[in-house]
Design a protein around this ligand. Structure first.
Ligand code: GDP
Length: 300
């Protein structure tokens, strides 16, 4: 199952294996606290958060007279769950909204196209009619890749030639989805961060075009972040946040990241709920983010 997959992924990383060791058969002393802090920093939860968390654990251990690492592990899990309060979000797609529009943002390589493909598959499997819109017109490969996912998932696609105006593709795609009765429209956008101003303007224009046709859309604006880059993703996110409001985050590649702890930093810094996580490259490797499962996978 998916929890197992997430666990396996997080375990692949040196850090999470060591979490296991720190919490097994050890007595609770200063050496253990220091090791734990180091591991939390390595797992990229953020230095300040790691230091504060371990300080908190020291105090609790003293007050509650915690002697074994196993007991401490349970307290750590509870504390991390507290840190993640408000971080869990679910995709909000009201049944009566047709077509619901989901706008995807993220830098190239973050896993945006793959996520769109997986989500398209999930919706088509539920019997929904899905439209994909290839608004990353900057790279021919991006358009081709989205086409592959459209075929795989049984979704329709609206695309134009490489270099076409993204807003024009979006207009056409959304217009088609309205006319042809699609339930859901998933829009892929470009993510070239090194051209910050043009990117911001392009995303704003895309949003405006959607709202010209459907004033209440997009239902969701999801930012896709790659877990393997850890805390760096926070800087990326800030640029996208400048352009448009983000309703949720998708964290991809959690199956192979040594920086799985970054999820904690991402959500706490950005104050945006995590709605989906990617745990592999195949079509079913997308799941809802659950704080409970995440914490179990991280420390077990
Ligand atoms: P885009 O440029 O943002 O559209 O990124 P892509 O969707 O093309 O993904 C970039 C690479 O990351 C591809 O090789 C994907 O197969 C891979 N990828 C995407 N999501 C995941 C994931 O959850 N886990 C793993 N292991 N790989 C992923």
């Amino acid at each position: 199952n998916l929890l197992e997959k997430l666990k396996r992924g997080l375990r692949k990383t040196k850090e999470s294996v060591e979490f296991g060791i720190v919490f097994r058969g050890r007595k609770v002393d200063e050496e253990l606290f220091e090791e734990l802090e180091e591991l939390l920093v390595k797992a990229d939860i953020g230095v300040k958060t790691a230091v504060a968390l371990v300080e908190d654990l020291r105090r609790i251990a003293l007050r509650k007279n915690i002697k074994t690492s196993e007991e401490l592990k349970e307290v750590t899990k509870e504390k991390v769950k507290e840190l993640l309060k408000g971080c869990e979000g679910t995709l909000n797609i009201p049944e009566d909204k047709k077509p619901a529009v989901i706008l995807f943002l993220g830098v190239n390589g973050s896993g945006k196209t793959t996520t769109i493909g997986k989500l398209a598959y999930k919706f088509t499997s539920e019997g929904k009619k899905v439209m994909l819109v290839a608004a990353d017109t900057f790279r021919a490969a991006a358009i081709e890749q989205l086409e592959v996912w459209a075929k795989r998932s049984g979704a329709d696609i609206t695309k134009k030639h490489e270099g076409a105006d993204p807003a024009a593709v979006v207009y056409e795609g959304v217009e088609r989805a309205i006319k042809e009765g699609h339930d859901i429209t998933l829009i892929d956008t470009a993510g070239r961060l090194h051209t910050k101003e043009p990117l911001i303007n392009e995303l704003r224009k895309v949003k405006k075009v959607i709202q010209k046709l459907l004033p209440e859309e997009p239902t969701e604006t999801l930012l896709v972040l790659d877990a393997t880059i850890g805390q760096n993703s926070i800087q990326q996110a800030k640029v996208f946040k400048e352009a448009v409001d983000i309703s949720g985050i998708v964290v991809t590649k959690l199956d192979g990241s040594a920086k799985g702890g970054a999820v904690i930093a991402i959500c706490r810094e950005l104050k945006i709920p995590i709605k989906l996580i990617g745990v592999g490259e195949s079509i079913e490797d997308l799941q809802q983010f659950s704080t409970e499962e995440y914490v179990e996978a991280l420390f077990d």
